[in-house]
Design a protein around this ligand. Structure first.
Ligand SMILES: Nc1nc2c(ncn2[C@@H]2O[C@H](COP(=O)(O)OP(=O)(O)OP(=O)(O)O)[C@@H](O)[C@H]2O)c(=O)[nH]1
Ligand SMILES: [Mg+2]
Length: 476
């Protein structure tokens, strides 16, 4: 019975894949959504995943690979003609060349298709034939743009009040001083004035950039940080006002119209075009950098993630429904850059990441989806080393310092076993008191030298497990 049901399920899925994309029943495509704030690790993840699928020596926990059923993987023309191709070769060459560097911040959207030829197993093989092809489509974009998702649900008045309230919070006020001084003086009911609007937008953008530099995540609009081609356009020339209402022809009305235009012409098309079609999703979270930056940064990361994840909720009647029409079947939360800490810390890192997004998951967001969490490193920049010190054995990592390029051995301290400790401290903490141990801190590592070996993709941690979860079943 189970056997037949499984088969029926698979066959149905294949049929759905086909009808959805008008592709061939024998060559379904799967869209993987790579979601993450800026610097979360999206570009490195996509580059390393592709490289490790092309040369699969390090993909032993991808079952189709370990059972020898993958025949070939290759890059093929992407489905969208109007999106630049993901610069895979350039990113890989930069990360794994003789003088390796990390990719710079992504400034525009891009797409790539990886096609995998494999041998089917089980009943599907006897019905459809042994040879199968799966197309994987992946999109990369600036993480800042993700911060705009919650704006789709917020009116100008709501967003304006919230943004002014946030700017006045203690951890932000030092960055927001100049903007707030402008906002509190300006009269929104006065006739519109382009020069005043431009001044306000510029001060607001400066504040957002400063707040981001301080490690804060819950910042919007995202295009103020990464404007792409939109720099200087009216859609980006607005700022929140303490009194957002004004009569027709007033400054407040102009700002509202521009905020609405920003949502309509910038935000909505981006999410509609790229998120509505996602089948499987990986959410990359750089929890370690936030922990390193302190309780406020963790609280802020939690807020940003929960605002974003709440928008992915399915089955609710909102004007987001047409944007997220399709149900994501699988969702993986991944703590990135796990190579910064010894493997004995990985469970704790995974637990903290889960705790940070727990409430959003629990709000019944992903009913029916399979949800898992994992600590991974897309490009492993360190090796482990134990050091004896004062009769104690310290679990360290060794890698190249990003500043000097020299090898350094680092003991980053221990993450708490109880993830609630971090979440609680971030809820209450204003200062850094009680926040991990004093000597706790990370070091940024440069990518490893000679990461490339024939037959092997770049070194990683659990990238193959992420692949197995995201698309392993489609290679069966
Ligand atoms: N050690 C280590 N560092 C990593 C890893 N992945 C990413 N990083 C670091 O994180 C930074 C950001 O990674 P990206 O992949 O560029 O992040 P992104 O999400 O694409 O960021 P945006 O393009 O700004 O949205 C890199 O420059 C590295 O410093 C990893 O697996 N190991
Ligand atoms: Mg990027």
């Amino acid at each position: 019975m189970t056997f037949i049901a499984d088969f029926a399920d698979d066959a149905l899925r294949l049929f759905e894949d086909t009808t959805r994309r008008a592709g061939s029943v024998f060559e379904p495509s799967l869209r993987i959504g790579v979601t993450g704030l800026n610097r979360a690790g999206k570009t490195v993840f996509i580059t390393s995943l592709i490289a490790n699928m092309l040369a699969r020596g390090r993909m032993t926990r991808l079952s189709a690979e370990s059972t020898g059923r993958i025949e070939a993987a290759m890059l093929r023309p992407q489905p969208s003609d109007d999106i630049p191709r993901f610069e895979y070769e350039d990113h890989l060459a930069a990360m794994t060349g003789p003088d390796p560097v990390w990719p710079s911040s992504t400034r525009r959207i891009s797409e790539l298709r990886l096609s995998i030829r494999y041998q089917r197993s089980g009943l599907l093989a006897s019905v459809l034939g042994r040879d199968g092809t799966l197309h994987l489509d992946v999109v990369d974009y600036p993480g800042e743009w993700l911060l705009d998702l919650p704006l789709l649900n917020k009116s100008w008045a709501e967003w304006s009040r919230e943004s002014i309230g946030a700017a006045r919070r203690p951890e932000r006020i030092e960055h927001a001083g100049a903007f707030l001084a402008w906002a509190e003086k300006v009269d929104g009911t006065a006739p519109m004035d382009e020069a005043i609007a431009r001044k306000g937008a510029a001060l607001f953008a400066t504040y957002l950039m400063d707040a981001r530099k301080a490690g804060l995540s819950a910042i919007s609009p995202g295009r103020f940080l990464m404007p792409g081609d939109l720099a200087g356009t009216p859609a980006l020339t607005f700022a929140p006002l303490p009194e957002p209402d004004g009569p027709s022809g007033s400054l407040a009305r102009l700002m509202r119209e521009r905020y609405d235009a920003y949502r309509r012409v910038v935000v909505k098309p981006f999410f509609q075009n790229h998120f509505s079609k996602v089948d499987r999703q990986i959410v990359l979270v750089d929890a370690l950098s936030a922990i390193d930056a302190g309780p406020q940064a963790v609280a802020d990361l939690r807020k940003a993630m929960s605002d974003i994840l709440d928008c992915f909720r399915h089955g609710e009647k909102s004007w987001l429904s047409p944007i997220f029409g399709r149900r994501v079947e699988r969702l993986l939360f991944a703590a990135t850059k796990a190579d910064h800490v010894h493997h004995s810390q990985h469970n704790a890192l995974q637990a903290i990441t889960t705790a940070l997004v727990r409430e959003s998951i629990d709000r019944a967001a992903y009913k029916g989806a399979r949800v898992e969490a994992l600590a991974l490193a897309s490009l492993r920049a360190t090796v482990e080393q134990t050091v004896e010190q004062g009769g104690e054995t310290l679990n360290c990592v060794r890698g190249r310092s990003i500043e000097t390029g020299e090898e350094v051995v680092v003991f980053p301290g221990a993450l708490p076993d109880d993830p609630a400790a971090i979440v609680e401290a971030s809820r209450h903490g204003q200062g850094n008191e009680g926040w991990l141990s004093e000597d706790y801190g990370f070091m940024k590592f440069a990518p490893p030298i000679s990461a490339g070996r024939p037959g092997y993709g770049p070194p990683h941690l659990r990238l193959d497990m992420a692949a197995e979860f995201l698309f392993g079943d489609k290679l069966s």
